[in-house]
Design a protein around this ligand. Structure first.
Ligand SMILES: Cc1ncc(COP(=O)(O)O)c(C=O)c1O
Length: 987
């Protein structure tokens, strides 16, 4: 049968399209005979064509041989190649699988015979880098890049016309209803079949209504993870290449984006809200009209339904197509995700993403109050958000917090207690949750302290009435009442009631939920997850006016971040591109205004945990009595300095109190320079010591200041970071760092510039908690002292019990410094720092300078310092660092056996570092992977951040009160995130 050049495919008459059967040897033959290339052919998967990678004699990829399905006519193939050329010339920054050409410019294309009939074979440009296929999670950057490409392809093809576009494909959303109707019988499971039918009918009804307003044009229609090629070595994977123009046709332009989005939904951990960056990115390149935005999610659902039915159909007609078989689960997952939320909810989120303004539904003041004879003044409103004082002292985590607070308000004399609509409830936040909990209320809960009659606030029709439930029309809305099932309403379903008619009589002690939803909208759950809240809330209205209460306004998160950016210098960064708003903390949890408890893995500043009641009470008491400066005579400053001095070995007995680590280091250096009379300072490289002039001068951490090494003042001399894992000397060779640093110190002295001080962290916190090599500080301290200098220990991060086995880092090294700088943990978040030295060193300072700090050692600061020391001791937090830290380290070492990306687990106690590398031999830092992992962990409920010069080490330094359950949660989420991001060994 000759191949008809002008014919185009019609799915509805063609039916099955099994991929042409071509063996690699036949492919090689076709390539050689018809296309002039001698190459080895490797089969590539395809649903309906036969594709081969052709390798030349050196094994390099030379081209892709594509043998089109015999069902496609030549004119269609020409259209595909022309479309590829068009996109390629419109967007040279994209790599496009265009057809290869002969020297005379003609395409390398030929009609060939296959077992399945005559077909068109051609050579296409091979794009290295691999596709985005597979289960790996897609990060927001990848998702956005997919949306951008879809936008670019859409704009490039906007004016493309070609007779080969005139085809009827099963993938064209304009035919989705008919495709599903025709193929759904191939879904074996009746419940799944029914679900696909129902979702298709609903989505199709929406699309049909909008169809007139949807612009049509040429579309690629298959810009999926399988057809977008990753830029080689991009991390996280970013696509810049497009293959497979086989589905090019004319259809609704917005379908391009819907197809792309649907292909994201099967990836590990991806749920519908994760695809919104693609919508934003597409819209930025190719703006969506309001109708297109409205049609988008229904088209995602239709695409998902078509994938499911076509996948089943394909395996039915083409039983041994392994590619199609493997896709079935994936397609079902796409469908499940696409229909997880009502269309109205997703459509609203799409509209929000592209800034379509939409007035929220409002409930006007009703003619009559819902509760007869129960005036608003008698209703107490209970706040369950992060702002509520009632959430203090960990009350949010009590199971019965809401009922207890309501009972307390009723006991206080309120006739009723009402919660707030739309305000996320912290009382619904589980302490450790890998998925955001449903915290946003879509109605109001009322607890009654006396008998009450619920009346119709206006005339309406009763839509439903059953024990525990009444629904009636209320203007364009539906009023929903839910109460205990033991109570029956006094109206019947179907009744028309006048305003003031009794609906239900509720005895004192019962509770009722009041909600308003738009008529015709789907059922709205009482609590919804914050990511989807704006979609759900758009279907509802605040029922507060029905109770005579004021409407709750909703604050936008972005506003606050913009305000911050407007007044902050850019150098004052914040964690995360889209940070949660944290307004509360409790123990090792940080609590967001969305009502999520994040596990806090980074706050070493709060060793006791957040909002420690003992600290709060001590501070409040002291603030009520006195807060002044340490020139006055009061007990707390004396007691605190005595306690600090007692924590240090002889001869360190004299204490200066300041307010921060930077101040402590600055003062420590001044003391050393004053006492030694020498201005030069030797410091460890890769360190951070603070932001004041002197502490900044000795800081060379490249992550904080990329120009650090080039901009040191002349009095600063640096020595190698003694990093036994990735420094110049590794493993047992690390013993060489000590003598080398000694040599630098000796050379300075020989050059007539003996160092007045050596400063360094005593355990390398900034490098991720790497212990210094044994004997390092002993050698360096001895050398600096030999030349009249002093040893300054920066214990700001690692000291104060965090290392578990040692209270101070210098104990691990078996040395005693001359000057110790402390801060962070001392105040549990309150600004507090100290320098402890010997009396003789302190006395020399008297000759050189002056010391007074207005707030250092104030009564409040001293009280905080004392209370922190008491609680550290009483709660055995250093012991906890040994126990939980040891457990956590072992768990992470277990993970290191399973994930090659984990190069090392550093640290001691609860100062740990998980170092991520691309190669365990070269130790190439996995910087971008670490950033992506931190973002993923946030989604999974964990706040963790990178450290080190390459930002490739997770710094694990949680509040010391962390327990084993939280440590296990952290490890489990890390395990999950590493798997989702494709770092597992066997995928
Ligand atoms: C080792 C070290 N020293 C000093 C400082 C400065 O402390 P502060 O931020 O309290 O000024 C820091 C802060 O991160 C630090 O990590």
């Amino acid at each position: 049968m000759p191949h008809d050049e002008h014919r185009t495919v019609d799915f509805f008459t063609e039916d099955a399209l099994p991929a042409p059967r071509v063996a690699p040897a036949d492919a090689e033959h076709i390539a050689a005979q018809h296309l002039g290339i001698d190459a080895r052919a490797e089969a590539l998967g395809s649903q309906q064509d036969a594709n081969f990678l052709l390798r030349d004699e050196n094994g390099s990829a030379a081209a892709v041989l594509k043998i089109a399905n015999p069902a496609f006519g030549t004119v269609e193939i020409e259209a595909q190649d022309a479309a590829a050329d068009l996109v390629s010339s419109a967007h040279p920054e994209l790599r496009i699988a265009t057809v290869l050409r002969c020297p005379d410019g003609s395409p390398r294309r030929a009609a060939v015979d296959t077992e399945s009939g005559p077909a068109v074979a051609r050579l296409l440009r091979h794009l290295p880098g691999g596709t985005l296929s597979g289960p790996r999670h897609l990060s927001p950057g990848t998702v956005a890049a997919m949306g951008t490409i879809a936008g670019k392809v859409s704009t490039a093809l906007r004016d493309f016309r070609h007779p080969g576009l005139d085809r009827v494909l099963q993938w064209d959303p304009r035919h989705a209803d008919r495709v599903v109707a025709r193929l759904a019988r191939h879904i074996g499971e009746p419940d799944r079949r029914a679900a696909v039918h129902a979702a298709t009918a609903e989505a199709w009804a929406h699309v049909e209504r909008l169809a007139e307003a949807l612009p049509s044009q040429a579309v690629h229609l298959d810009l999926t993870d399988d057809n977008l090629i990753r830029r080689p070595d991009s991390r996280p994977p970013l696509p810049d290449g497009v293959i497979d123009f086989g589905d090019v046709t004319t259809s609704w332009a917005v379908g391009e984006l819907a197809v792309s989005i649907s292909s994201m939904l099967h990836h590990d951990g991806v749920e519908p809200h994760h695809v919104l960056p693609a919508v934003r990115a597409f819209h930025a390149v190719r703006p969506l009209s309001p109708e297109e935005a409205e049609a988008l999610w229904p088209l995602v659902v239709l695409r998902a339904a078509c994938l499911v039915v076509s996948g089943r159909h394909q395996t039915a007609v083409d039983g041994d197509n392994a590619y199609a078989e493997a896709a079935l689960d994936r397609e079902w997952r796409i469908f499940e995700q696409a229909v997880q939320l009502p269309l109205a909810v997703m459509t609203r989120l799409v509209g929000d993403a592209i800034g379509l303004a939409d007035e929220p539904a409002r409930a006007d003041s009703p003619p009559l109050p819902l509760l007869r004879d129960l005036p608003a003044d008698d209703i107490a409103v209970v706040d369950l958000s992060t702002d509520a004082d009632a959430m203090d002292d960990g009350a949010w985590s009590d199971a019965g917090a809401e009922a207890r607070l309501a009972a307390a308000a009723l006991a206080d004399g309120a006739a009723a207690v009402a919660t707030r609509y739309a305000r996320a409830r912290l009382s619904q936040a589980p302490a450790l949750a890998g998925v955001s909990p449903a915290t946003v209320p879509t109605g109001i809960d009322l607890w009654l302290g006396r008998d009450a009659v619920v009346q119709a606030p206006a005339a309406g029709k009763v839509l439903a009435a059953a024990p525990g439930r009444v629904e009636m029309t209320y203007g364009p809305q539906v009023l929903e009442l839910s109460f205990p099932r033991s109570i029956a309403p006094v109206v019947g379903a179907g009744a028309t009631v006048r305003a003031s008619a009794d609906l239900v009589r509720l005895p004192s002690g019962t509770s009722v939920r009041v909600a308003l939803r738009a008529a015709g909208s789907p059922d709205v759950p009482p609590l919804v997850r914050p990511e989807y809240a704006s979609g759900w809330l758009a279907l509802t209205a605040d029922p507060a006016p029905l109770l005579g209460l004021p409407i709750v306004g909703r604050a936008a998160r972005a506003d606050l971040l913009d305000r911050r950016d407007a007044v902050f210098a850019t150098v004052q960064g914040h964690y995360y591109a889209d940070p949660p708003r944290i307004e509360r903390g409790w123990r090792h949890h940080l609590l967001s205004t969305d009502g999520r408890a994040y596990l806090d893995i980074v706050n070493n500043v709060t060793p006791l945990g957040h909002s420690h009641p003992r600290v709060e009470q001590a501070v409040s008491r002291q603030l009520r009595r006195l807060n002044t400066n340490s020139r006055f005579h009061y007990a707390s400053v004396v007691e605190f300095t005595e306690r600090l001095a007692a924590l240090l070995p002889e001869p360190l007995d004299t204490v200066f109190l300041v307010n921060s680590g930077s101040e402590a280091v600055d003062l420590g250096l001044r003391l050393a320079i004053g006492a030694s009379g020498n201005d030069d300072v030797v410091a460890l490289r890769e360190a951070y010591h603070g932001w004041t002039y002197a502490s900044d001068a000795v800081s060379t951490s490249l992550q904080d200041n990329p120009n650090a090494l080039a901009t040191r003042p002349s009095w600063v001399h640096t020595v190698d970071s003694p990093n036994s894992y990735r420094g110049r000397h590794r493993g047992s060779d690390a013993v060489r760092y000590g003598p080398e640093a000694v040599a630098v110190i000796d050379e300075l002295a020989a050059a007539g510039r003996p160092a007045g001080a050596f400063i360094g962290e005593t355990f390398y916190g900034n490098a991720g908690g790497v212990a210094l090599p044994d004997g390092y500080l002993a050698q360096v301290y001895a050398a600096v002292r030999r030349h009249g200098g002093l040893a300054v220990a920066d214990e700001v991060q690692v000291g104060y019990g965090r290392l578990g086995h040692w209270f101070w880092g210098f104990e691990q090294q078996g040395v005693v410094p001359d000057i110790v700088c402390v801060a962070k943990a001392m105040g549990n978040g309150h600004p507090l720092g100290a320098v402890i030295t010997s009396r003789s060193v302190a006395e020399r300072y008297r000759e050189q300078g002056y010391f007074f700090s207005s707030t250092g050692g104030s009564p409040v600061s001293s009280t905080v310092g004392l209370t922190v020391l008491d609680a550290l001791r009483d709660e055995d937090l250093q012991g906890n660092a040994v126990r939980v830290g040891g457990h956590l380290k072992r768990r992470m070492e277990d993970l290191a056996h399973r994930y090659d990306i984990i190069g090392a687990v550093h640290g001691s106690g609860l100062y740990l570092g998980l170092e991520l590398v691309r190669d365990r031999v070269t130790l190439e830092p996995a910087t971008e992977e670490t950033a992506e992992l931190c973002d993923r962990m946030l989604d999974l409920g964990v706040i963790v951040q990178p450290t080190g010069d390459h930002l490739n080490i997770l710094k694990i330094k949680p509040p010391l009160c962390i327990d084993t359950a939280a440590a296990d949660f952290f490890t489990a989420m890390l395990d999950l995130a590493l798997t989702q991001l494709g770092h597992g060994r066997t995928r």
